[in-house]
Write a protein that binds this ligand. Structure first.
Ligand SMILES: O=C(O)C1=C[C@@H](OP(=O)(O)O)[C@@H](O)[C@H](O)C1
Ligand SMILES: C=C(OP(=O)(O)O)C(=O)O
Length: 426
């Protein structure tokens, strides 16, 4: 895909449904009694991997044009799959599903693509083993393929060393199969979609500070879930609107859950002209329309408790910082090294190739912003967030930027290029 310096962006759009919420709706729908309807489900490759895993365990899922219907079979209704379960590129599928599989009365093998087979799974093997689960890394390197032998589980209070919604959700989902109360405490609060949706489906889940607790053996009832637009996908349009002079765009129906809205806080710090309109709720999830106008940005510091609330937006925020006046510091972001790619290394490599003044640090980077950036040839390394972040960089930089392996946007936003082209005259 080739991107040229863009003329002003104008118009309105709705980004696709939230990836985290879409995964969870399939999982809880499958384990609930009755039918769950999901509107605005994200038909990206990651969420389709979750659907395919549950279909292999005997769950009927109808993909209709305007909704998907999941015919749930209750907490103990999954069948042993006849083949290996394939999570594709999706860390969320791998880690959350492992929590569910640990509580089943059968054995499964769960794997994914080359990237998934390098991502750390010890972070879920440790708590699941403490609960009495039997999870084995078949390559003996703490990564997938994972052999999961379903076992009776016992409740634990897990003190997670990482602020990760995937770890927290894995333990809470396993906690449904344990008698008693299972708790997870994390250093900083990560996204709480699992807690909110489990409660909507009827589970007893209590959140206090950075601790979430679930009572075992819940009876989940099928629900109608409306999935908000994904703020992680909206991030590319927020950034493009802010960076490209003369732009004004309205992004409709975006989820603004406070555990996900770090990008809005950072944009406010950077002096962005952003307004939240028409605030409302889809179930327990807050939603708004986001009006973005081009702004002169200034540097900021991104660290600590903010990091989990904008973890997937850091590549885009780093690009924005390269265009902002002053030195932006990103700290406490070591988790970016274990995503679909080593995002810390790739951000530094690509921004440097575009002429930015950027210094890598152990857990983040320092970006001396304000130098004009020029186009470059940049590989996505099959990481969707890298492809989309640098597509926007290319629209704001001088000259032409070529993104290699650009099709990986299918993971979270298959229509990304079409939607961006629709609001950009160039
Ligand atoms: O729970 C989720 O849906 C997600 C949690 C985050 O991962 P971690 O829990 O590994 O931080 C995030 O990066 C990922 O895109 C989705
Ligand atoms: C890290 C991501 O997803 P996952 O962990 O589910 O692969 C992401 O979408 O940026």
């Amino acid at each position: 895909m080739i991107f040229k310096k863009s003329t002003p962006l104008r118009g309105e759009l709705a980004v696709p449904g939230d990836k985290s919420i879409s995964h969870r709706a399939v999982m809880l729908g499958a384990l609930a009694k009755g039918t769950t309807s999901v509107t605005n489900f994200l038909k990206g490759a990651d969420c389709l991997s979750t659907i395919s895993c549950f279909e292999k365990m005997g769950i009927e899922i109808e993909q209709l044009p305007s909704e998907i219907l999941i015919h749930g079979k209750g907490l103990h209704g999954l069948n042993a799959p006849e083949t290996i379960l394939d999570a594709g590129n999706s860390g969320t599928t791998t880690r959350l599903l492992s929590g569910i599989l640990a509580g089943q009365a059968f054995c499964t093998t769960l794997t994914g693509d080359a990237s998934i087979q390098k991502r750390p799974m010890t972070r879920i093997i440790t708590p699941l083993s403490q609960m009495g689960g039997k999870i084995e890394s078949l390559s003996d390197n703490g990564c997938a393929p994972l052999k999961i032998t379903g076992h009776p589980l016992k409740p634990i209070h897990y003190l997670s060393p990482v602020s990760s919604a995937q770890v927290k959700s894995c333990v809470l989902l396993a906690g449904m199969y344990a008698d008693g109360i299972t708790k997870v405490t994390e250093p900083y609060l990560s996204r709480n979609h699992s807690e909110l949706m489990l409660r909507s489906f009827g589970a007893d889940v209590i959140s206090e500070g950075t601790t979430a607790a679930i009572t075992g053996n819940p009876v989940l009832e099928g629900q109608n879930v409306i999935v908000p637009g994904d703020i992680s996908s909206a991030a590319y349009f927020i950034a493009a609107g802010l960076l490209i002079p003369g732009s004004e765009i309205l992004i409709k129906d975006v989820g603004i859950n406070p555990t996900r809205d770090g990008i809005l806080k950072v944009c406010a710090d950077m002096g962005a002209d952003i307004q939240l309109l028409n605030k409302r709720e889809y179930g327990k999830e807050p939603v708004a329309d986001i009006l973005v106008k081009h702004s002169e940005l200034k540097a900021t510091v991104i660290e600590g408790a903010l990091i989990p609330t904008l973890i997937d937006e850091l590549p885009m925020l780093a690009v924005m910082a390269a265009f902002a006046q002053g030195t932006t510091v990103i700290r406490d972001a070591q988790e970016l090294k274990v995503k679909e790619s080593n995002r810390l290394d790739i951000i530094v490599q690509h921004l440097s190739a575009m002429g930015a003044d950027i210094i890598p640090t152990e857990d983040g980077m320092e970006i001396h912003g304000g130098k004009p950036l020029k186009g470059a040839v940049l590989d996505s390394y099959m990481d969707h967030r890298i492809a989309m972040s640098f597509a926007v960089a290319g629209m704001a930089a001088d000259g032409e930027t070529e993104i290699l392996n650009a099709s990986c946007v299918d993971i979270s936003y298959p229509e990304f290029y079409r939607d961006m082209a629709a609001i950009s005259a160039s």
